[in-house]
Design a protein around this ligand. Structure first.
Ligand SMILES: [Zn+2]
Length: 293
C-alpha cells in the first residue's frame, strides 16, 4: 500500500514539474488509420478483427515499453485527446474531415491545427505510406502536407527498388541497410517542403527506369524527417504491402522511427533537400497521371 502511494506521489511530482512526456516510462502511442476513399490492406479490419498494422505496431510499441491505442476515429485528433499521447502514428488516407469508406468518424474542423500545435509543443509524429495521400486537397499544399513534408502524387506498378541511405548517422537509419532492396508500391511525390525536410533515404529506381516511364527519374526522397517547433516528424513511404509490415528488418526501422520521434537520440533534422536530392523532381513530369491509392 505504502509502495503504491509512493508511486502515486512520484507521478504527481513529475506532473507538477511538467517533465516532458518522453521521459515517462510508459509511453502512450495513438495509431490512426482512418481511410476516407481507399483503405489499404494492412489497415483493413476484416470482420472487426485488428488490422495487420494494429497487430504489428501493437507488438512493436509493447517492445519499447509503450501502450498502444489504435483507432480509425479521426475525431480523437483534438487538443484535449492529444494531450494524453507521446506519439501519433498515421496510416491515413484522404480528407479526414469527410465521411469515409471504413465508416470511421471524421476529424473536427480544428483537428489539423490542433495536431500541428501538439507537434510544435513536443509531440512526435510518424507517418507511413498513405499518410502522404491525406488532405490532398486544394490549390496550395494543405497545412497537414506541410507538416508531413510532401504530398503523394502517383505510383506505378510495384517493383523491387533500392533504398539509398543519405544520412547513415541518423538514429532512424541505424537499421536501414544502404542498398536495401524491397518489393513495394513506390510513391512519387510533389509539394516537397524543402524548408524543413531532412531527407534520410532515396529510392533508386534502377532498371525500372527502362520499364516504367513514371520511374525514369533520378533517385528521389522516400524517407525523411523534420523538426517542427519542439516536436519531431518522420515519414516513410514504405508500407503498402503486407510482407513489408511482417519483414523483421522493416519492423526494426519502425521501432527506431517511433523512438526517435519521441525524443530518443540526436535530432539531426537540418534541412538538406538541395544537398542530397539529385536534380529533376517527378512532380511536374508526372502531374498529369495523378491517381489515388
Ligand atoms: Zn499503396
Amino acid at each position: 500500500m505504502l509502495r503504491m502511494m509512493v508511486v502515486t506521489l512520484v507521478v504527481v511530482v513529475l506532473a507538477g514539474l511538467r517533465i516532458p512526456a518522453v521521459q515517462a516510462e510508459d509511453k502512450q502511442v495513438l495509431f490512426l488509420s482512418k481511410s476516407q476513399a481507399f483503405e489499404h490492406g494492412p489497415v483493413a479490419r476484416a470482420e472487426g478483427r485488428p488490422s495487420l498494422c494494429d497487430v504489428v505496431l501493437g507488438k512493436l510499441v509493447q517492445e519499447i515499453g509503450g501502450t498502444f491505442h489504435s483507432t480509425k476515429d479521426a475525431s480523437l485528433i483534438n487538443a484535449e485527446e492529444l494531450d494524453k499521447y507521446d506519439l501519433v502514428v498515421l496510416y491515413t488516407q484522404g480528407d479526414l474531415t469527410q465521411p469515409s469508406v471504413d465508416g470511421a468518424a471524421p476529424m473536427g474542423a480544428n483537428g489539423v491545427a490542433e495536431l500541428i500545435e501538439w507537434v510544435e509543443n513536443g509531440g512526435g509524429l510518424v507517418g507511413f505510406h498513405a499518410a502522404a495521400d491525406t488532405f490532398r486537397v486544394g490549390e496550395a499544399p494543405h497545412a497537414f502536407i506541410t507538416l508531413l513534408g510532401a504530398e503523394f502524387l502517383t505510383h506505378g506498378a510495384q517493383f523491387k527498388g533500392t533504398i539509398q541511405v543519405v544520412d547513415p548517422k541518423h538514429p532512424t537509419m541505424a537499421n536501414v541497410p544502404d542498398g536495401w532492396t524491397l518489393n513495394e508500391e513506390w510513391y512519387l511525390f510533389r509539394r516537397f517542403d524543402k524548408d524543413t525536410m531532412h531527407v534520410l533515404a532515396l529510392l533508386e529506381p534502377g532498371a525500372e527506369r527502362a520499364k516504367q516511364e513514371a520511374y525514369n527519374i533520378p533517385a528521389y526522397p522516400i524517407i525523411w524527417c523534420s523538426k517542427q517547433g519542439k516536436g519531431r516528424v518522420y515519414y516513410s513511404a514504405l508500407g503498402h504491402r503486407e510482407d513489408v509490415w511482417t519483414n523483421p528488418q522493416f519492423q526494426q526501422t519502425v521501432i527506431d522511427a517511433m523512438e526517435w520521434a519521441m525524443g530518443k537520440g540526436r535530432t539531426r533534422a537540418q534541412p538538406n533537400f538541395d544537398k542530397v536530392v539529385p536534380t529533376a523532381k517527378p512532380e511536374e513530369e508526372a502531374a498529369a497521371g495523378s491517381r489515388a491509392k
